[in-house]
Design a protein around this ligand. Structure first.
Ligand code: ARG
Length: 572
């Protein structure tokens, strides 16, 4: 609706100039565009301009302003422009609706993209699990928000580099090595994968409670790893392989790959020069033997750079990684998606990067999200009360299988479809929420075929496919032409017109839920149209228009679902 808003704003700006000789239309048009609203009741209008915002400047009562402007303006984009109280209400004309539809048809899968990212590069750091630890529900956020933000930026024309900043360096790796050397069984790990590694890690902690010297042993093993001890390097690489076997199952189900898997270890030789910069700038202070950057002036606790024994820390590696990424990719933006529990960590080291003299610290963006808990029926867990993503996906896929066996027993590719719907249900449910809010997740509601759910959206998409398929088999051509005869058709088309602004909002707010909610708006409008306006039994111009609308919804729903990491099976 941006174009229509612009037209409306333009008309208002010129009318204001003409009637009251006020303002500069070329400038005001942008201001007025922002002021236009979507009225809650569409019967009143499709766009509304609150004239009370002008009453001070124009020294007039809002209803008077509205009436005077309404009297003055008209455009073939609007079938009516009426003054109602202090508002100017615009109704979109059939002509404008036709233009919107043509735009979707011409742009196809590019429709909705503003191209604002052309020539710009964005690095996105997301998912980034700590190796030898299972991929659990807490990773859902970083993984799907991160990937969706990557897809959204790509859609807007940015060149994107997705980085899996693996947590593969630190004393926890020393602990894992100690545990394996003491109690490990190679075959068991080969057989059971990450579960066996987790078991060893848990055992380490239990034993270290009784015998704290194990912690020194772990530090020593990590030190050996840092010094490239071949045995430890081999073990550590093997732990990464074992971990990845597990992670890839989930990544494959979500259709996620990364452009770089440079984890924390990659920066082990890249920190020293940056520590030197901090030293030169006089930023480092000794605190009980450790080196810190004091951030009191900025209202934050100090950022830890080196431990007492001279080993580096999480922020040290992040700083080295940021410099490396700037030098390698020359990014315009580097985005980090993690739980809000890490907000302080990012605020601290972003500040340190600035103090080091790197002005691009302004381009570092932390995108935090809230916690997820599981409600409703209990989900099976293998490790205490941690819900593994793999198990959650499996249970969801199984449930979808059950439903589908009943609903559509002859479906081809039933396994693929069940995976697309089962995994999609979880992703959709998760991305429906404002990311910063904590959420409680229930499989039952995620899997419902009604309401604001993934299955409902995918099912609506499949419905558009089956209508188009039928039209194709009947040899009906519907490129251009047709006639709008019902309100429902206009509602769908105006919803299509809102897609570009929802994409823009999702990118500027780093908020995929703009798309998820849009999908529900579009599905709701389409299903209302579908139930009230017969398509295949309509005739002539009416049928052509209804098929064009169905095809446009198909195009936009497909783009939108893909932007939130969902697959779009054509039959469900
Ligand atoms: N591995 C970390 C964790 O699991 C997340 C890493 C996020 N990225 C970063 N550059 N710090 O908490």
């Amino acid at each position: 609706m941006q174009k229509l808003k612009q037209t409306a704003a333009f008309l208002i700006a010129y009318a204001v100039k003409e009637i009251w000789d006020f303002g500069d239309p070329c400038v005001d048009v942008w201001k007025y565009k922002e002021m236009l609203e979507y009225p809650p009741d569409e019967n009143m209008g499709h766009l509304a301009f609150p004239c009370f915002k002008l009453s001070r400047d124009l020294r007039n009562a809002p209803p008077k302003i509205a009436a005077a402007i309404a009297e003055k303006i008209s455009d073939d984009a609007f079938e009516s422009i009426a003054a109602v109280g202090g508002y100017l209400n615009f109704k979109v004309s059939a002509n404008a609706l036709e233009n919107i539809l043509s735009e979707v048809e011409v742009k196809g899968d590019k429709y909705g993209s503003s191209g604002q990212g052309e020539g710009k590069t964005v690095v996105l750091d997301y998912s980034s699990p700590n190796i030898s630890k299972p991929f659990h529900i807490g990773h859902l956020g970083t993984t799907v928000i991160g990937h969706s933000l990557k897809l959204l930026h790509e859609f807007e024309g940015y060149k994107c580099i997705g980085v899996n900043h693996l947590g593969d360096w630190g004393t926890q790796n020393g602990k894992q090595i100690v545990a394996f050397k003491r109690w490990g069984d190679r075959e068991k790990v080969e057989r059971e994968g990450i579960d066996a590694l987790v078991e060893l890690y848990v055992k380490f902690h239990e034993e270290a409670e009784k015998d704290p010297s194990l912690n020194d042993e772990a530090r020593a093993e990590f030190k050996k790893l840092e010094d490239h001890d071949p045995e430890n390097i081999a073990l550590w690489k093997w732990f990464i392989d074992v971990s990845f076997k597990e992670y890839s199952v989930t990544y494959n189900q979500l259709g996620i790959t990364f452009d770089s898997y440079n984890g924390e270890s990659f920066y082990s030789d890249k920190m020293a020069p940056q520590i030197e910069v901090m030293r030169e700038k006089g930023l480092l202070k000794l605190d009980d033997g450790a080196s810190i950057v004091d951030l009191e002036e900025y209202g934050m606790p100090p950022c830890l750079i080196l431990k007492r024994d001279g080993t580096t820390l999480y922020p040290t590696r992040d700083i080295a990684a940021a410099v490396y990424r700037k030098n390698t990719y020359n990014f315009d933006k580097c985005i980090y998606v993690t739980s809000s529990g890490q907000s302080l960590h990012f605020a601290q080291w972003f500040k340190v990067v600035g103090l080091m003299g790197y002005d691009w610290n302004e381009d570092l963006v932390h995108v935090p999200y809230g916690t997820v808990s599981i409600g409703g029926a209990k989900l099976a867990t293998r490790t205490g009360n941690v819900v593994l993503l793999k198990d959650l996906f499996r249970q969801s896929i199984e449930k979808v299988h059950e439903v589908m066996r009943e609903k559509n027993p002859d479906l081809e590719n039933a396994d693929d479809v069940a995976e697309a719907v089962g995994v999609g249900a979880i992703v959709f449910n998760y991305l429906f929420n404002n990311r910063i809010k904590d959420m409680s997740f229930t499989l039952e509601s995620a899997l419902s075929f009604e309401g604001s759910t993934g299955p409902y959206a995918q099912y609506t998409f499949a419905r558009t496919c089956s209508i188009l398929e039928k039209a194709k088999s009947e040899g009906i051509s519907f490129t251009g032409g047709g006639k709008i005869t019902s309100a429902e058709e206009g509602d769908v088309i105006r919803c299509l017109a809102k897609f570009p602004e929802r994409v823009a909002a999702a990118v500027s707010e780093y908020e995929p839920s703009n798309i998820t909610r849009y999908i529900i708006d579009l599905c709701t409008a389409f299903n209302r149209f579908y139930h009230n306006c017969p398509i295949m039994t309509a005739e002539g111009e009416e049928k052509v228009m209804r098929l064009r609308i169905t095809a446009a919804v198909n195009t936009v729903l497909k783009s939108a679902l893909h932007l939130i990491c969902m697959r779009t099976p054509e039959k469900i």
